[in-house]
Ligand binder design. Structure first.
Ligand code: IMP
Length: 198
């Protein structure tokens, strides 16, 4: 039997493939301009930021790419509060300019953890470029320097973002139907404003 179409699990699309491509171009060109006299290390946060990283990097000039994996979610829909370093980056960053590529910054815990880690290892500068900035979710102070979209406080998937490791390969970002992650309360309508603000 064929599997059902995973697009049917999406309540609504927030950012289309074309809108994301435009955002990647805008952020990539901004980074290219800001780092024109330097070769930054683009530090992609696994696994969610991989699509965003490659799409942004296409618009840049000289840049290296590295990967790091930190975990604060444990596969659910709420942050656990603790951040673990799952996979460390493989290069000496002492004296280097780093651009952290995130899929989404929510509580800010993961980002704060990484910024402190990179600074403790002697990074010359650390900036962040995130596809999505969920500012209302902030628990600790963490600033995103380059933002694709300011996203409202809803659980979103697609274009790298997952729920239980699925939906990362959707070409757009959308809100997951409540019945997918909370079948017992499928009839509750989320009151949160999920209208895209662009
Ligand atoms: P933070 O540490 O709370 O800022 O969370 C950052 C990480 O949580 C992101 O890199 C995502 O992996 C995950 N995350 C936060 N919000 C969402 C969401 O709406 N959908 C999927 N993953 C999310």
């Amino acid at each position: 039997m064929n599997q059902p179409d995973m697009n049917n699990d999406i309540e609504r699309v927030l950012y289309s493939e074309a809108e994301i491509a435009q955002a990647a171009k805008r952020v990539g060109e901004q980074l290219a301009a800001d780092y024109q006299d330097r070769t930054p290390i683009i530090l992609s946060v696994l696994k969610g930021a991989v699509l965003w990283t490659v799409d942004v990097m296409r618009h840049m000039q000289y840049a290296e790419v590295e990967f790091i994996d930190v975990s604060s979610y444990n596969g659910g829909i709420a942050s656990s509060g603790n951040v673990d370093l799952v996979t460390d980056l493989q290069t000496d960053i002492n004296g280097r300019d780093i651009v952290i590529m995130e899929d989404i910054v929510d509580t800010g815990r993961s980002l704060k953890f990484m910024i402190e880690l990179l600074k403790s290892r002697g990074a010359k500068s650390v900036k962040t470029a995130s596809l999505l900035d969920k500012k209302d979710g902030r628990v600790v102070e963490a600033t995103v320097d380059y933002v694709g979209f300011d996203v409202p406080k809803a659980f979103v998937v697609g274009y790298g973002l997952d729920y239980k490791q699925l939906y990362r390969n959707l070409p757009y970002v959308g809100v997951l139907k409540r019945e997918v992650y909370d079948p017992q309360h499928a009839d509750i309508v989320d009151t949160v404003d999920i209208t895209p603000n662009h």
